[in-house]
Write a protein that binds this ligand. Structure first.
Ligand code: CP
Ligand code: NVA
Length: 311
């Protein structure tokens, strides 16, 4: 069976650790691994805007000896309603892998069911698993470990980043607390899946409505935009609901004194995060953005090796 990466728990703990170790070695020796030499092509499809994902996949695929074929929805027949199944069949005969940022999780799942090459989720409404590989690499660089660390995510508990922190953090053996309003909880199925993974890895997964409780003693404090792509019609009342969950100096005073701060970006200073925090000494967001490159190169290298084994 072709391996895909559609959600964080598509990788078990040992597999996640293997990819993170590979990400570190690719960071140390950026051009030493060329699984796409040929050059082979990787399709990178976008149904939503992107800066970091677009750049890091395009650069990473080139670093690996391949050709990135970046396609925006507006210029492909997929954007005009051509079936995903038909697009998958056309792509699989020509490209080594398919990377896709889109809306519903069901769309990447359909692509994966019909493509005989690895499919990678570059963000859906439900998960952002490539971001989490970069986040975990960044945390380990700054904290020397993952297992046993306390990670607090404050903000929209129902969005893709909250869900990915739960699953990927639990897989890494971390204690993940999502602090979000009662009206914006994580998906209950994803929360219970994270708790089940955490039981195996020694971590934990929780939803806390009290933001002060969620961030207390955290080693890692993470947040994300309050208005995700596709949620632009959210009201002012909704933003008010999130205000107590802002990552500002008061929130950071409750975290561990040596806590690091993550934000997947783009950031909205003065909303989910204060300028003093994101531009301050505890912020590691630029390392985090760079690590998208190394972590995704590691992921592609790992998936391509497995696809090769199958042949
Ligand atoms: N963090 C992230 O995925 O950024 P982009 O939306 O710019 O790709
Ligand atoms: N939750 C955000 C992440 C952006 C990288 C969104 O989906 O827009």
């Amino acid at each position: 069976m072709t391996r895909h990466f559609l959600r964080d728990d598509d990788l078990g703990p040992a597999e996640q650790a293997e990819i993170l170790a590979l990400a570190d070695s690719l960071k140390a020796d950026r051009f030493g691994t060329r699984p796409l030499a040929g050059p082979r092509t990787v399709a990178v499809l976008f149904d939503k805007p992107s800066t970091r994902t677009r750049i890091s996949f395009a650069v990473g695929i080139s670093d690996l000896g391949g050709v990135p074929l970046v396609i925006d929805a507006g210029v492909a027949q997929l954007g005009r309603g051509e079936p995903i199944e038909d697009t998958a069949r056309v792509l699989e005969r020509q490209v080594a892998a398919i990377v896709w940022r889109t809306f519903g999780q069901d769309r990447v799942e359909t692509m994966a069911r019909h493509a005989g090459v690895p499919v990678v989720n570059a963000l859906t409404d439900t998960f952002h698993p490539c971001q989490l590989l970069a986040d975990l690499q960044t945390i380990r660089e700054h904290k020397s470990r993952l297992s046993g660390l306390r990670l607090a995510y404050l903000g929209d508990g129902a969005n893709n980043m909250a869900h990915s922190y739960l699953l990927a953090g639990a897989t890494a053996g971390m204690h993940v607390a999502v602090g979000s309003p009662a009206d914006l909880p994580p998906d209950p199925g994803i929360l219970s899946r994270a708790a089940a993974i955490a039981e195996q890895t020694g971590g934990s997964a929780a939803h806390l409505i009290d933001p002060e409780e969620a961030v207390k003693g955290a080693d890692v404090v993470a947040t994300d935009t309050w208005v995700s792509m596709g949620d632009e019609d959210r009201s002012a009342a909704y933003l008010e609901l999130l205000r107590p969950y802002a990552v500002d100096d008061a929130a950071m005073s409750r975290a561990a004194a040596d806590a690091v701060v993550l934000h997947c970006l783009p950031a909205y200073r003065g909303q989910e995060i204060s300028a003093s925090v994101i531009d301050g000494p505890q912020s590691v967001v630029w390392d985090q953005a760079e690590n998208r490159l190394h972590a995704q190169k590691a992921l592609l290298t790992w998936l391509l090796a497995r696809a090769e084994d199958e042949r």
